[in-house]
Design a protein around this ligand. Structure first.
Ligand SMILES: [Zn+2]
Length: 392
């Protein structure tokens, strides 16, 4: 039994922050949450008093990768590293993210050999410290498509690729539809899958009860994704008014990933030697904030992912605030809404009795200064404390 105390508490249900907040944890779940005068623990409970700090639900990174760390640069080389090397890096990435207050990560595609599914099993079994994981296995891409992975061309190969991922244990399916910012010979509007191929992936995945995440920035490819019933549009940097209207109608999610574009250690530095990519990043910087605010204002369901900016989910919230979203709504996006996008809203995303005890603490009040989320000083996942662990 643990009793957490802090000056403020944000439960992410949507109501005002609670002053003098308390959370009682019993057997890995939240037993009680509220003001000091409403929550008490028996004498033997471990008391963790954070003082002038805020308790909030563990952060959920809805778009992550284990095979890619943008801050290292050399993106293409990383994706081609042998599996053992990528696996060890992945283990370190999981630790870094957990320490940063990310208690759940939805992994959006690795290059090969299902290291994400192996890590997911190890974390689930308690053999590896890390955020709770959702894995998508190999990203499904065409021979000339975005990212690296075993190519799947044509409806039949796409169906096979979906089935192989599900057989291996994938929780969701990731399909690369449009080009990206990091490819030398692609644009955010180019697209490498036909409508029929995308629809086949969605049909196969949905029949097995799995959601589909599509890498899509804008243009016809993104439109096809929405029409085919993709569940989450990843990135969505260039959604038009029509796309936004269709996303609303289809109840699709948009997962914003801003750090790769805006963070100084992002694409700009990793690809400083490739002028065409630097130009695309500068272009994106001038448009993404404005575009994403339109997505938010229209009422489209949205959440956030750090992509390959490992440990920097807090920066995504900072970007959102820069775009004009309130710190409160940014926190809701990375907790409650993120849980919904993952299909885990029954268990995580808010601080409510009965939910899994995924709770973080930050000094001060993030509603006054969103950068407080960079300084996570308490990490509890399913009732177990992780912030005091030290590792490389
Ligand atoms: Zn990604």
């Amino acid at each position: 039994m643990k009793l957490l105390k802090a000056r403020w508490l944000i439960d992410s249900i949507g109501r005002a922050p609670i002053d003098d907040g308390r959370v009682l944890i019993v057997d890995g779940r939240i037993a009680a949450v509220g003001r000091a005068d409403t929550v008490s623990a028996s004498p033997g409970a471990e008391v963790i008093d954070l003082g002038e700090a805020t308790l909030l639900p563990g952060l959920i990174d809805v778009h992550g990768h284990l095979s890619l760390d943008m801050s290292r640069g050399d993106v293409e080389a990383q994706l081609q590293e042998p599996t053992p090397e990528r696996l060890i890096r992945g283990v370190q990435i999981l630790r870094r993210n957990l320490k940063a207050g990310i208690t759940t990560m939805r992994l959006c595609g690795e290059s090969r050999n299902f290291i994400d599914i192996a890590c997911k099993r190890a974390v689930t079994n308690g053999r590896l410290p890390g955020p709770r994981l959702l894995a998508s296995g190999n990203a499904i891409t065409s021979s000339h498509g975005h990212g690296l992975g075993p190519a799947a061309d044509g409806v039949d190969e796409v169906r096979n690729a979906v089935r192989r991922n599900i057989q291996a244990g994938a929780d969701l399916i990731k399909i690369m539809v449009t080009g990206g910012l990091s490819g030398k010979h692609e644009s955010p509007f180019s697209y490498s899958y036909s409508f029929e191929e995308i629809a086949a992936a969605v049909e196969e995945a949905h029949r097995a009860g799995k959601r589909v995440a599509a890498h899509a920035h804008g243009g016809t490819g993104l439109r096809y994704c929405l029409e085919a019933g993709v569940d989450t549009i990843e990135h969505g940097a260039y959604m038009s008014e029509d796309d936004i209207a269709l996303a609303l109608e289809k109840k699709a999610w948009v997962v914003g990933t801003f750090g790769v574009v805006f963070h100084p250690d992002g694409l700009e530095r990793a690809f400083a030697h490739v002028p065409s990519i630097v130009e695309k990043v500068r272009q994106a910087r001038s448009e993404i904030g404005h575009n994403f605010k339109k997505v938010v204002d229209a009422g489209v369901r949205y959440t956030l992912g750090s992509d390959s900016m490992q440990g920097h989910l807090a920066f995504e919230l900072e970007c959102l605030v820069t775009f004009g979203v309130s710190p409160f709504e940014a926190i809701i996006a990375a907790t409650k809404r993120a849980a919904e996008a993952c299909g885990l809203e029954a268990h995580i995303g808010t601080l409510e009795p009965g939910k899994w005890a995924d709770i973080i603490g930050v000094p001060g009040n993030p509603l006054d200064d969103i950068t407080a989320l960079r300084r996570v000083n308490l990490v509890i996942k399913a009732g177990t404390r992780y912030d005091q662990m030290s590792f490389p």
